[in-house]
Each structure stands twice: as C-alpha cells, then as structure tokens.
Write a protein that binds this ligand. Structure first.
Ligand code: HEM
Length: 462
C-alpha cells in the first residue's frame, strides 16, 4: 500500500458493532448462538459491523456492495479464513481449501465437468434415486427423520454421479466414516484450543481411522477406474471420468491420483450435506405453507403427470419449483456464513479493515436484509418470479449469495439447483410429509446450517 493510501486507511473508521465482554469480546455469544449474535449485530449496527473474538477482529457483511468488493473487485486482498483449516486436514488440498495458482489450476481442470450440458445426463440418476426412495416410503406410515432420508438420498446421488458407485448398500461404511470426519471437523473449527489430529486423543484416533477409510475407498475407485481404462473396458460417463480425462490447457498435464482423491472427497463432502439440508428445509417450509406445496404439486402434475420422472427437458417447465428452491436457500442457506481473512489493509463499505481481520459474509443475515428482501422472514417464492417480480426494484447481484460469489463461487451450483428441482416434485407429488404439530424447527449453525433435531415427519401417500 502507498503511504497516501496508508494515511487514508488510518482516517477511516472501524465499523460499529457490539462491544462484547472484557477479554473474550463476543466469543461467548457466538458459542451460545452465532445466528443470534449476527442478526443482532446487523439490526443494531447496520449491514457492515464488527465484533471481536478474544483479540481477533471479525467483520460481518450483510451488504451486497461490500460483499462484491470482498469477493470480486478486491478479492486479491483476501484469502479463505483459518476456519477452513479443519476442512483442509480432512480433505487435503482441494478446490474448497486451496489458494493461489494451485487452486486456479484445479478449478480450470474441474470446471468443464460442471457445465450445465455436462450435468444434463445426471438428471435421470437423480430422479431414479428419488423414485427408489419414494417406493420405499410407500411401504410404511411410521414417523421417520426426513433429514436422515435426504442425507441418504443426496449421498446416493453423489456416489452415482461422481463415481458410478452405489453408496447405499455395503458402502454405508463410507457414510459412517464421513459422519465421524465431519463431526471432528465441526468440533475442530469451533474449538478455542485446537488439538491437532496427531495428538492421540480418543476423538482424534477415531477421526484418523475414518479419514483412512475414506482415503482408501476413494483411492480404490480411482485405481479400479484406471485399471478398467487400461483394459480397454467401457467406462461410465461420470464426474470421475471427466476429471480423469481433464487436461491442463497450457501444459497438457492431468491430475495426479492424490489430487483426484482430494477433489473427489471434496465433492462428496461439499455436494451432499449442503443439498440434503436444503431439501430438508424445503420439506419443512412446504409443510408450513400448504398453498405453496399445492402449487408446486400442481405444477409437477401438469408437466409430469402422476408417474413420469422429470428429464432435463422438463426443468424449464418447472419454474415455480425453481422459485421455491431459491426461496428455501434464501431463508435457510446451508452455507450460512463463509469467511475470508484480510491479507492486507483494506476499506470496505466506507470502513477500515486492518490486515488480519476475519471477514464473514453471511447469507443467513444478508438474505434477511429488508433493503433487498422486504418482510424478510416471510416465505414467499414470488420473490424469485422472474416474470412478475413483486418485491421492489432489481436486487444487486450479491444480495443473494447462497452459493457464494466471485471466482470462488460454488462449482456445484447448477448441480445442486438441478438436483433439488428434480427431487422436490417427485417427493411432493407422491406424499404429504408433515412433522408433528408441536414440532418447531431449531437451527444448528455448524460448518453447514442444519436442522438441530432433524425433521420428524409422517408420510401420507396421495
Ligand atoms: C445447496 C447446495 C450447496 C450450497 C448451499 C453450496 C454453497 C457453497 C458456497 C457458499 C461456496 C463458496 C464458499 C466460499 O466462498 O468460501 C461453495 C463452494 C464449493 N462448493 Fe458448494 N454448495 C452446494 C452444493 C455443492 C455441490 C452439489 C457441489 C459438488 C458436487 C459443491 C462443491 C463445491 C466446491 C468444490 C466448492 C469450492 C469451489 C472453489 O473454491 O473453487 N457444492 N459452495
């Protein structure tokens, strides 16, 4: 930074925010309920606010222009925050956790596999998995946990589309290992004193065993596929194959096996829990808003009848379903807050951001900013009705960020939207899924935003 710029920095004020307690700052509030802390900070201090966790300054962004600045116009001044360290230990260097040249190369290699037209072939797989689940549900009328069911469903989808492996049967070991690894990662991120994984505590040992299971299984899939290719066998046209065949435009190099393993683990992890949580929140909101559920069901029946599964050609004919999906992701964004760390001094939204500040862009709060979403707690898919918007002037792009923004935008954005647009009509057409009348949704803001007690529902066949 030039000395003139440095002087300007000093003249600019820090953002306002809650004062917190001596020494710990707002740490205890964040432990108690980070969503409450952030919403309060926003409502009392505005869309750019600041608090401290111990000595670490934290800036909260719920303003679209400020988010644009951090994610796009001055993205070079930021890196992913140390809160990604837990994921780094679990996933190794992969798309989600790496930086700089390494990330750029990986993103370039992986990007073509995620283009909409490449994903088109996965619609049938997504529909098949959802229909298999619907067939199972027909058998019983007990109360069951729809969140667990959605986790199983999206895990199966990811297994089949990524690896052409059915992760439902014997490979449930992967699911269990993933649960252990995810729980460890959550605890690691939230811990004030982070115990490194090599310290032989019982929890660490369990984590390392789970990680070994995951590494071994994914490596085996890659090795088997390479062997099948070497034998000249017909291989499936899945994401693994696209990544295996991807070549660097400049050097012609492919990914190493280690790299492939890290990316596949990243995609399995990033791709299934987020989508499962969103589907669960969707089912919850639809049970509370029967008019919306009726309308979604009517659209599904008009386009697909009672039996036919959606194909890629049907998706543009299901615009209301997409609106519902978008509104669900607004109210309950699974990636409820993503963070950066300032690696140089900056000015954001007219406020000073000293180097070392953690910057949290919180879709959960941004999506409740009434300047962008009037009456923000109201569930209203009409907000996303492109033909007839009813809630005021055009929103700035970064006012709606369930998938992040800028160069680090979610690579699975189209995949996730497609998956939800396929699965919801299949479920809603076949059943009313309703929680008990005394059920209230509690949110658990872990690495992803989850329903704290799952979603107990009873399925009534239609
Ligand atoms: C509703 C579902 C999903 C949500 C809400 C979501 C959200 C996000 C967000 C907010 C980011 C950016 C994080 C940041 O900037 O720090 C991200 C990155 C990422 N997501 Fe997703 N995601 C979803 C589904 C998926 C799926 C289905 C996949 C893959 C199949 C996926 C793979 C990734 C990867 C690899 C990244 C890192 C991209 C990079 O930095 O280059 N996500 N996701």
């Amino acid at each position: 930074m030039s000395s003139a710029a440095a002087n300007t920095q000093r003249l600019v004020a820090l953002p306002p925010g809650p004062s917190g307690k001596p020494i710990v700052g707002s740490l205890l509030d964040a432990w108690d309920n980070p969503l409450k802390l952030m919403l309060r900070s926003f409502s009392e201090h505005g869309p750019v606010s600041r608090f401290k966790f111990l000595w670490i300054p934290y800036m909260l962004i719920a303003d679209a222009d400020a988010a644009h600045h951090v994610l796009v116009s001055n993205a070079k001044a930021y890196q992913k925050s140390p809160n990604y360290d837990g994921l780094k230990i679990m996933l190794g260097q992969g798309l989600l956790t790496s930086e700089g040249e390494f990330w750029r190369r990986q993103r370039k290699l992986a990007q073509p596999a995620f283009h909409r037209e490449k994903l088109a072939g996965f619609v049938d797989v997504m529909a098949e998995c959802a229909e298999a689940m619907v067939r199972e549900w027909r058998a019983g009328t007990e109360t069951f946990d729809a969140h667990r069911a959605m986790m199983r469903l999206t895990f199966r989808v990811v297994g089949k589309t990524l690896l052409s492996v059915d992760l439902d049967g014997e490979a449930r070991a992967v699911g269990e290992a993933l649960d252990v690894a995810l729980e460890w990662t959550n605890d690691y991120v939230e811990a004030i004193v982070r115990v490194p994984p090599w310290v032989p505590t019982a929890k660490n040992r369990r984590f390392l065993r789970a990680k070994e299971t995951l590494d071994r299984l994914v490596t085996k899939v890659v090795v088997d596929r390479r062997a099948a290719m070497a034998r000249g066998e017909r291989v499936p046209n899945d994401l693994l194959q696209m990544l295996l065949e991807a070549r660097d435009g400049d050097t012609g190099e492919a990914m190493s096996d280690e790299q492939l393993k890290n990316e596949l683990l990243t995609l399995v992890l990033a791709g299934h829990e987020t989508t499962a949580n969103a589907l669960t929140f969707g089912l919850y909101l639809l049970s509370k808003h029967r008019d919306v559920r009726d309308k979604l069901r009517a659209e599904a029946r008009a386009v697909l009848g009672d039996e036919r599964a959606p194909t890629i050609a049907d998706l543009p004919k299901l615009p209301y379903t997409l609106q519902v999906v978008e509104e669900v992701l607004r109210l309950y964004p699974p990636a409820w807050c993503f963070e950066r760390i300032a690696i140089e001094d900056d000015v954001v939204g007219g406020f000073r951001v000293p180097k070392g500040t953690i910057v949290g862009i919180a879709p959960f709060v941004m999506h409740r900013n009434p300047s962008y979403f009037p009456d923000p707690e109201r569930f209203d898919p009409e907000r996303f009705n492109r033909a007839a918007r009813t809630d005021g002037p055009e929103r700035p792009k970064h006012a709606y960020v369930p998938f992040g923004g800028g160069a680090r935008t979610c690579i699975g954005n189209a995949f996730a939207l497609m998956e939800m647009q396929v699965i919801l009509p299949i479920l809603v057409r076949a059943f009313d899924l309703d929680p008990p009348s005394d059920f209230t949704l509690e949110l658990d803001p872990a690495v992803t935003l989850r329903p704290a007690q799952g979603l107990p529902v009873r399925a009534t066949a239609l």
